[in-house]
Write a protein of this length. Structure first.
Lengths: 293, 132
């Protein structure tokens, strides 16, 4: 069995000559929680649809739970729960009916999970889906996804319509229940604080390209923003220095590793290092995207 | 014990947990034999990834701060911590540097800077004393 829940090779999609995803290589370890980050239109949803076999890649391939996303699509869908960004369902059915309808498709379906999450998320189970608020519609999707007993949970912007209390409940469920079953969670989000909390790995996508993929703790331990004052300091980028801002005699370096060593070298060049700052995910995200422009 | 983490601070969450356990011990708020929440329970409480709490506990255990009894919970260890003095000093050095740099930038005198560290030590000694 593959150690990777998701493994893509140069996966690409072009719509009518426009490149949506430009050859990305994702590696998502089994049992991990992986945050997939990018701006609107970066290619997140197209990537997810290719993983699920809902969109045919132009080139490249994807393996999901060790299976080929194109030829073994049905087997993948049986073991993968998906919460789409567009939360439409059979609108005249109630959540209760949707549960009855869905459970037959999934051999590992759990009725006790239905009860648990219906109560936890306070879902009105007897009201027609179309009458539910956006937030409650999202909760129904999450409920259906969580009860499938899936090995892989793919969530596309799962918390967008939810209030903070419900987001907090969802985060607790993702932190506790899914890892306990060894379920892999792959989720896209703009909510960087959530990703920072819960994800072990993060992938950053922009303009259809994967800018970086790494363990979050490693990124945070290594990435630093160094500000220094001096004249004629180095201003070229490298694999260690992702970007440099210069304003008169001030230089700001976005450094990916060995910040102390880099700062020491600056000092030897006569610079005064005024700050070596840790970076939150928001700043790292902005720096990575900016560097790409 | 209670934890609070700030996911956006730039400090890895596992390091925040480690520091809070060490602070609690240094301040005498938890003592030898005090039970810590399980990896899973703490992860659920803080809404964080269980691998993050596991990593914090592994590091604390490696440092001799806590002991885990297989199937029996996690406890504050006896005689924490057992580092060589050189190792202890190495760990403290970045903080000392930060105090020195900040102090000089604020144009404080060396005496002022040393005095404020001494005051913090005195406060700690007082608090530990209170709990004995």
């Amino acid at each position: 069995m593959s150690e990777l829940a998701i493994d893509t090779t140069d996966l690409a999609k072009t719509y009518a000559g426009v490149r949506a995803v430009g050859g990305i290589n994702l590696t998502v370890p089994r049992g991990s929680i992986y945050g997939f980050l990018g701006r609107n239109g970066a290619g997140k949803t197209t990537t997810i649809k290719m993983l699920l076999g809902l969109v045919r890649p132009t080139t490249g391939s994807a393996r999901v739970l060790g299976m080929d996303a194109r030829s073994e699509r049905v087997a993948i869908l049986q073991r993968t729960a998906f919460v789409s960004e567009k939360k439409t369902l059979y609108s005249s059915m109630t959540p209760f009916e949707l549960v009855r309808f869905s459970r037959g498709f999934y051999p590992a379906w759990s009725d006790s999970a239905v009860e648990k999450y219906a109560r936890l998320f306070e879902i009105p189970m007897k009201q027609r889906f179309e009458r539910l608020s956006n937030g409650n519609q999202t909760k129904v999707w999450l409920l259906l996804a969580l009860c499938q007993g899936a090995d892989l949970l793919i969530l596309d912007e799962p918390t967008t319509a939810l209030d903070p209390i419900t987001v907090d409940q969802v985060m607790r469920v993702l932190a506790e229940d899914a890892p306990e079953r060894g379920c892999t969670i792959f989720f896209s989000s703009h909510q960087l604080e959530e990703v920072e909390r819960i994800a072990e790995y993060a992938g950053f996508i922009d303009h259809g390209k994967l800018l970086m993929e790494a363990r979050l703790d490693d990124i945070k331990s290594e990435f630093r923003l160094i500000t220094a004052a001096g004249s004629s300091l180095p201003a070229q980028t490298s694999s260690q220095v992702l970007s440099v801002d210069v304003e008169q005699d001030f230089y700001r370096y976005f450094v990916t590793r060995d910040a102390e060593g880099f700062a020491a070298a600056l000092s030897r060049n006569g610079a005064t290092v005024t700050s070596i700052a840790n970076l939150g995910l928001r700043e790292i995200f902005l720096q990575l995207i900016r560097k790409e422009r | 014990m209670l934890f609070h983490i700030n996911p956006s601070s730039g400090v890895p969450i596992y390091a925040q947990i480690e520091l809070q356990v060490k602070n609690a011990i240094a301040a005498g708020a938890v003592k030898e034999g005090h039970a810590l929440p399980s990896v899973r329970k703490l992860a659920a409480e803080l809404r964080i990834n269980p691998t993050t709490t596991a990593r914090a506990y592994q590091n604390l255990e490696r440092d001799g701060v806590i002991t885990t009894i297989p199937g029996g919970g996690t406890y504050v260890a006896a005689n924490v911590p057992r580092f060589l003095k050189s190792e202890k000093l190495r760990r403290l050095q970045p903080y000392a540097k930060q105090i020195a740099v900040e102090g000089v930038q604020l144009r404080l005198t060396d005496e002022d800077i040393l005095k404020i560290v001494e005051e913090e030590l005195a406060k700690l000694a007082e608090r530990v004393g209170d709990r004995k």
